[in-house]
Design a binder for this molecule. Sequence first.
Ligand code: GLN
Ligand code: ZN
Length: 763
Amino acid sequence: MVASAVLGFPRIGANREIKKVVEGYWAGKTSADEVNKVSATVKKTNWTELKQRGVDYIPSGDFSLYDHVLDHSAAFNAIPKRYHGLGLSHLDTYFAMARGRQADGVDVPASEMKKWFDSNYHFVVPELDNSTDFKLNYNKALDEFKEAKEAGITTRPVVLGPITYLALSKATKDAEAGFEPISLLPKLLPVYKQLLTELKSAGAEWVQVDEPILVQDKGADFEDKFALAYAELSPVAPKIVLTTYYGRLESNLNFVAKLPVAGIHVDLDRAPQQLESTIKAVSSGSYVLSLGVVSGRSIWKTDFTVAIKAAEQAVSALGQDRVIVATSSTLLHIPVTLASEDKLTAEQKDWFSFAYEKASEVATIAAVASGSQDAKVSSALEANRTSITKRRDFEKNSDDTVRKRVAAITPDQYERKNPFATRREAQKKLNLPKFPTTTIGSFPQTKEIRQARAKLGKGEITEEEYEKFIEKEIESAVRFQERIGLDLLVHGEPERNDMVQYFGERLEGFVFTQNGWVQSYGSRYVRPPILVSDVSRKGAITVRWSKYAQSLTSKPMKGMLTGPVTILNWSFPRADISRALQAQQLALALRDEVGDLEAAGIAAIQVDEPAVREGLPLRRADWEEYLKWATSTFKLATAGVRDDTQTHSHFCYSDFDDIFPSIQSLDADVISIEASKSDLKLLNTFKRYGYSNSIGPGVYDVHSPRVPPQPEISDRIKNILASLDPTLLFVNPDCGLKTRGWKETEASLVNLVEAAKAARQQY
Ligand code: GLN
Ligand code: ZN
């Protein structure tokens, strides 16, 4: 029999239960017991659902209250010194590492977060050095395995593999020069040994060990480490299925197919071309081959014909018992279920599969590949054929006006008319002081704002009442910024449910879910729009609000748009046309919006591209092509403005080293960068390349509620100025403030403005 497997499951709950209970706990309104109770229910519901849908290998241990990488760090006692001795419970230490803690005399910043591979999921970066005292504080994989067992469900525990864990880690500040986290492998292996031994004694037959680092070029550097680690772990562990996902193994397959493990999983959604080579590589051994044919990254229904063909090819080479039909990756990246969507039309709903539905898909495909004659299986197969045919028919439609406009783009549309030096003179009309202070755009999305939006949705208030409410919010944001002395103002984005969804809703080409939440980090979930057809602008999107905001003040107002690459990367893209073409369509729509803002008297326009880096392909060989369309679409959106219009862009990351020429080529007048938690290496990169446009490296972390004291910000500015021309520096936070409360926002920004003022005196 061909078995079916799901590699990981959304851990947020079908109704965002985990967000609610965790945030309740942070607010001091919910007990740790309650957190455990709700978690137990969510886990059990998922396991039961997967079992009922016929999945053979059901994951456990992948649940998390914040992040699964952080779960490993906490369990492995990889707890940085600043979180020691605070007198906190295990759970509170865990959350302090995740989000910082500023209460009862304790004041510690959060750990750094990074984007997980090429996704919009953020993991908490482990910090290690030679003094890290690895030991197994508790065995989460074992606990959840037992928990499932008690509920009558046998699971296949999931752990993040030791090589990927170390490869994703960074050195602590105290680490010796040249320290590489991977050097700690010999110290970490005993912990994995214990973890896996305990799983085996508890009766786990299989364990899924995730090593996604193998789909990146640097995976190859660890060949020896892989050999060493798995030679030690395999003898004591349950049968290991070594799991790779999000991309292709390429030459890493050569050594992977020699590792002493029982099974190998490959991603055939992202890299269908590796089917043949993998079959060949594993055929002479006894490996089980797990085929990731059901996408864990996209929401489109799987084309069973394609998946079955792959499965049959593997079966004919290896036999049924050595083949598993699986999701390509964890399903963490897609919403929980389509069942609760009742606003999508029946036609649209028929195009998609979310996590529960994908679980049914793997089960059906595995059954077909096993030769099942079951009537239910045949009818599922038939239904899938019908759905896919209908979708292909729909995909034949296109918007000719949009297609023609894309085809007619000329090279001059990508370039500003004059160089930065000239524009900078013209932009003196903005009257900004030295070290201009600004924010990244959003202010707290308060309960009142969310309630007003909900009321509008339910028809409890009229459109006019809602707009009045938004105007009031904008006005108070403007007055606030004037009062504390910020220089370049923003309207605060109160009208936006989300920086991507808001634009999607105002563009042709998208559909939306009601409950399609996906975890971005911790308790922050997003609801990505779904691109289904060609994109065009229905009308001006943001002009009304920016114009209103500007009318309230004599200070310059910065217009605020989300860039084409980010809209694309934070949506579920179409699978029938290229990402490049989708981005070009978005860029043209945004170009019109930029033009309208300029015409409405907005002198600074920010186009956020926080997702450029996460969209970077996992293999370097694919970078050039991506960067070409990613940078050119940003330029297409922004370059049409006059010299005296100041363009801004914003990036939620700071490792620019390897893509710097692309960032430089964007030629934005000002770029703001998330930088407060990383070292300032990035400024040296800017210097090395002779970057001469303005830069705003974030001076404090916005992911944490902690208020940065003014001296801390002054210190940051001092460090920045050590390598940056003072005339280029903007002073701003790391990112938008929508997830923060007003109290900490106000206190933090007051400190920021004071620090900038002090700097004006000093430098
Ligand atoms: N302008 C957006 C905001 O301030 C940018 C957010 C982001 O970069 N993620 O919220
Ligand atoms: Zn950001």
